[in-house]
Write a new protein. Structure first.
Ligand SMILES: Nc1ncnc2c1ncn2[C@@H]1O[C@H](COP(=O)(O)OP(=O)(O)OP(=O)(O)O)[C@@H](O)[C@H]1O
Ligand SMILES: [Mg+2]
Length: 254
């Protein structure tokens, strides 16, 4: 389903953290959420999955206002991979991924073949099937991140929110995970810091600064030298790559 964020604001006490954000992600597309540390990316993602309540504005999944959905209904359709997520320590990798199936099972519904298939498929898609029996606490940082992504995929969400999913990943796994997300066909919002990876894998980008959207649209329209200087305070040379036709950003220190 599409995700529509309409004039959404959020504040903690007097501090306005998300300030009148309006964004739309079309069904099956990936929106990259960019912005400096503290610009409100994680806060906006938490509002979309209702871990926080908006102060004003409306968020819709398809036609439905998230405020009108039950917790259970929301959990069945939206998956969120948090920036720093923890898991109970005595679980194996497969146990953690199985947790992703919880919203799909009623109180008395037995675990079924469909649940097993979703878990195995998710493990394979992040390349963790060989470690399915390993204890989660013994995994490396990047492996943990991949397992949390697998858990969100096992949930079979119609909307997927990922907060810096490439954190801790080596370059091959960064590319693999983003390529996977872009070919899943699930409507997704991905907070990222790497502008080149964002341009490579996202259908559109939105840049936040102090809780407000300062640029949104196609990657090549958003990631200009001027914007990178204004928002991130970094001089850059932006080139259209001859190889894949995408933008390539080179940072300058001179
Ligand atoms: N409950 C809160 N009370 C006070 N300030 C808060 C609260 N929640 C978030 N903030 C502040 O809101 C701002 C936005 O935080 P947020 O985590 O959304 O940023 P971010 O864009 O995800 O940053 P990063 O790139 O570092 O992950 C930060 O300055 C943070 O300190
Ligand atoms: Mg964050």
């Amino acid at each position: 389903m599409s995700i529509t964020i309409d004039a959404v604001s959020f504040a903690a006490g007097d501090a306005v953290i998300v300030n009148g954000v309006s964004l739309t992600v079309e069904k099956g597309k990936v929106l990259g959420l960019l912005g400096p540390n503290g610009s409100g990316k994680s806060s906006l993602l938490r509002l979309i999955c209702r871990l926080r309540k908006v102060r004003s504005g409306v968020i819709r999944l398809g036609e439905e206002d998230i405020a009108s959905l039950s917790r259970a209904a929301l959990a069945r359709r939206i998956a969120f991979v948090e920036q720093q997520s923890t898991t109970e320590t005595q679980l194996t990798v497969r146990d953690v991924v199985r947790l992703g199936r919880t919203p799909h099972r009623g109180l008395l519904a037995p675990w079924g073949a469909e649940d097993d298939a979703a878990v195995e498929e998710a493990l394979v898609s992040v390349g963790m099937q060989a470690r399915a029996g390993q204890l989660w606490q013994t995994l490396s940082g990047g492996e943990r991140q991949r397992v949390h992504i697998a858990r969100s995929l096992a949930q079979a969400p119609s909307e997927l929110l990922l907060d810096e999913p490439t954190n801790h990943l080596d370059i091959q796994h960064q590319l693999d995970i983003l390529a996977l997300i872009s070919r899943l066909g699930i409507t997704a919002i991905v907070a990222l810091h790497d502008l080149n990876l964002a341009a490579m894998f996202c259908d559109s980008l939105a840049v936040l600064e102090k809780g407000a959207v300062v640029a949104a649209g196609a990657p090549e329209a958003v990631l200009t030298e001027d914007l990178i200087a204004r928002v991130f305070g970094v001089r850059a040379h932006v080139q259209k790559s001859a190889v894949h036709g995408r933008h390539h950003i080179q940072y300058r220190m001179d």
